[in-house]
Design a protein around this ligand. Structure first.
Ligand code: 13P
Ligand code: SF4
Length: 301
């Protein structure tokens, strides 16, 4: 039997659903029940009827799914698939920042651990960060926005404010440099440049459109343009090509890959379903507090 047939058979027997992030390997996209960005995956996790969620992504994403579906079994097929940006801040770091700024409300990017989310007022993803900030600013002037300094700066520039930030960043997006964009523009002068807000400001300044991975897909699917330079993790290009076979997509930088996202393979998905590994668990009190910040986000979006 083909490995994909084995996965599909076991998925039915176990009443499982496979969720995959846009940066996963092409073969993982192809077997997933839902492929999306952090926001879309959180929402799918919240509403699925399946008993088991196999989360093809990184640890904080699987944790978010667990927090939103505490009665379900959430599995991460590789227990070492983490997010270096999420690991750049812990709950104690955040507590110190909050004591130094007692009047501030805290907005945390979804790329954080459950323990950090439990310490926050609101959560956001790159798809709704601007909306969340505008919402908070209605009642509060001071915002702690952690951990991504580049996303925070991008949103701060949009609203003309300064936030209290943290020195976090994504090592994959930080590899994309202005010269990569200018070189790609030289080769493909008609192409529109899309960039993720985790990129450095020098990159987002050069882009025609800055947004989350899912909104990039919506943009290219609806655009009359036919060529695009993609300033994010290159895994997303598989879905872009699949949904738009007549359009051309050029990675801004070929080496912009997230090694953690690429840890998930078909074999590991199969083993995950066979042995119910690796189960994500979060202490009840952390889960309950973290859920509040995520639910506040889902109410606004
Ligand atoms: P998206 O929410 O845009 O999919 O981004 C998640 C992420 O980790 C980007 O590096
Ligand atoms: Fe984390 Fe960057 Fe990988 Fe996204 S691409 S999961 S932010 S390391």
């Amino acid at each position: 039997m083909e490995i994909t047939d084995k996965i599909n058979k076991l998925k039915k027997e176990r009443n499982a659903v496979i969720l995959a992030h846009n940066y996963q390997l092409p073969e993982i996209h192809d077997i997933a029940d839902f492929v999306g960005d952090s926001l879309g995956l959180s929402m799918s996790a919240a509403k699925t009827d399946a008993e088991i969620i196999v989360f093809c992504g990184v640890h904080f994403m699987a944790e978010t799914a667990k927090i939103l579906s505490p009665k379900k079994t959430v599995l991460l097929p590789d227990k070492n698939a983490g997010c270096p940006m999420a690991d750049m801040i812990n709950a104690d770091d955040l507590k110190s920042l909050q004591s130094a700024h007692p009047m501030a409300l805290t907005l945390c990017y979804v790329n954080t651990s459950a323990a950090v989310k439990a310490q926050c007022d609101y959560c956001c993803t790159s798809a709704n960060a601007l909306k969340m900030v505008q919402n908070i600013l209605k009642t509060n002037d001071e915002i702690i926005f952690i951990p991504d300094k580049y996303l925070a700066q991008y949103v701060a520039d949009q609203v003309g404010r300064k936030f209290i930030t943290w020195e976090g960043y994504c090592p994959t997006h930080a590899r994309i440099l202005p010269e990569h964009i200018t070189q790609a523009k030289k080769l493909h002068p008609q192409a529109k440049v899309l960039a993720h807000p985790e990129c450095k400001p020098q990159i987002t300044e050069l882009a025609d459109f800055v947004t989350s991975t899912e909104k990039m897909l919506t943009y290219v699917n609806n655009s009359k343009d036919t060529e695009f330079i993609i300033g994010t993790e290159i895994g997303i290009i598989h879905r872009m090509k699949k949904e738009n076979p007549e359009k051309s997509f050029y990675p801004a930088y070929d080496n912009a890959t997230c090694p953690n996202m690429k840890r998930i393979t078909l074999e590991k998905v199969l083993w995950s379903l066979e042995d119910l590994i690796y189960e994500i668990t979060v202490p009840q009190d952390i889960m309950d507090k973290a859920r509040l910040s995520i639910e506040r986000m889902l109410q606004v979006t």
